[in-house]
Design a protein around this ligand. Structure first.
Ligand SMILES: [Zn+2]
Length: 394
């Protein structure tokens, strides 16, 4: 899905977006007409009504009309209502007639919702609560009418799916595997003090447990360098084991963490803990930090910014450097997923709006590289959902 901005000029903020806002949630709407997202936003920013919203989404793209740090009038819960003052309003297009393009628009809106949830640290448990909910929930209006008609839980499930895809925490539908032949079983001895057990053969699967006793275990199935535990507890990475019975097990060259995170890596997080062993996940005030220490085996093994941000685990980390060696030179071209720093010298977004100083000099993830008619000289930065010039990032 493409995300573009057609921002309401600041001269009309007094009508459309009078208050500064730090978003605390999302409100879902249907437009109840058959206009495209571009037309919906174009109409919203040019008419003289105060009614406004942050995004309209159709089957092709999401169009942002109001900056996310301004409120919009969409929730019907009054001048000081939580919906109007603290939530991002998303309009799903083509709800009057419905059909395929509406269903694709719903899917795109689910993806946008999931992206914003990750950006602001709202977890899956916020769906259907005060944080992520419908216009109907905010003020009683039967909106999003068609999404409600067809089943709101169906839409929330789309959001959950998109969130899983984006965060890499989705559990792929397990493929049936043949009953392992007992003769394929073998024993391994764990050589690291803390070895994660995962739901499948790869680090993309969630952690389901941990082996900390350096004991000997029976592997009943092998996929690449992953072995399935006979106990049924899950899979372990065989790089951290030696075949039991080997008199001279290969010494492990180093002690990388299972996800490959490293000291000095800058990561984007959706949660934080106060200690390395805490189980109460908190919403972080700051969404990025640098790993300054790793305690292998801890519940939350990564210390961020010498403790100024807190401790996180693999489930908190939604993005990080992909290569251990930071590139000091300016890359000739950019690619999706790349981490870049917005230069402090940057002045304007591709849309012509001024870039506030507060977001300069920080790291962001490239969500889309401009081409063709879509900001060919720019890149879309995921964390701020904004297009900036390629010459302003490094
Ligand atoms: Zn509505």
């Amino acid at each position: 899905m493409e995300i573009i901005q057609m921002l309401c000029p600041s001269s009309k903020w007094s009508l459309k977006a009078p208050y500064a806002m730090a978003p605390q949630g999302i409100t879902i709407h249907n437009t109840a007409n058959d206009a495209s997202a571009k037309n919906e936003v174009s109409y919203m920013i040019t008419n003289s009504s105060s009614t406004s919203f942050h995004y309209a989404v159709d089957d092709v793209r999401a169009v942002q009309g109001i900056p996310l740090d301004r409120n919009a009038w969409h929730a019907g819960d009054g001048r000081n209502g939580f919906g109007n003052r603290y939530t991002i309003g998303i309009e799903i297009c083509y709800s009057k007639s419905g059909g395929d393009r509406f269903h694709t628009a719903e899917r795109n809106a689910a993806e946008l919702t999931a992206r914003l949830m990750l950006q602001y640290g709202w977890g899956l448990d916020t769906i259907g609560t005060k944080v992520i909910n419908t216009h109907q929930y905010r003020s009683g209006k039967y909106c999003p009418h068609r999404t409600l008609d067809e089943g709101i839980e169906r839409f929330w499930n789309m959001v959950r799916e998109e969130y899983g895809k984006l965060s890499g925490t989705s559990v792929p539908t397990p493929t049936p595997t043949p009953t392992p032949n007992p003769s394929d079983s073998y024993l391994v001895r764990v050589t690291t003090g803390a070895l994660n057990i995962r739901a499948g053969a790869g680090t993309q699967y969630p952690i389901t447990g941990q082996i900390r006793d350096k004991g000997t275990y029976t592997i009943v199935e092998t996929q690449g360098n992953w072995g399935k535990l006979k106990s049924g507890a899950g899979w372990i990475c065989l790089d951290y084991t030696s075949k039991s019975g080997e008199s001279n097990p290969q010494p492990q060259p180093s002690q990388p963490t299972p996800q490959g995170h490293y000291v000095g890596e800058t990561v984007t997080i959706n949660g934080v803990y106060t200690t390395s062993q805490s189980t109460k996940k908190l919403t972080p005030a700051v969404k990025t930090g640098t790993i300054t220490k790793i305690v292998n085996g801890a519940k939350n093994p990564y210390l961020l910014n010498n403790g100024n941000i807190g401790w996180v685990n693999d489930n908190c980390i939604v993005g990080g450097n992909s290569t251990p060696a930071p590139q000091p030179s300016v890359p000739a071209s950019f690619s999706k997923g790349q981490r870049v720093t917005l230069k402090t010298s940057a002045q304007k977004y591709c849309t012509g709006q001024n870039i506030p100083n507060s977001i300069k000099g920080k790291q962001y993830t490239i969500m889309q590289v401009g081409s063709g008619n879509t900001h060919p000289d720019g890149v879309l930065l995921k964390e701020i959902m904004s297009w900036v010039y390629k010459s302003d990032v490094q």
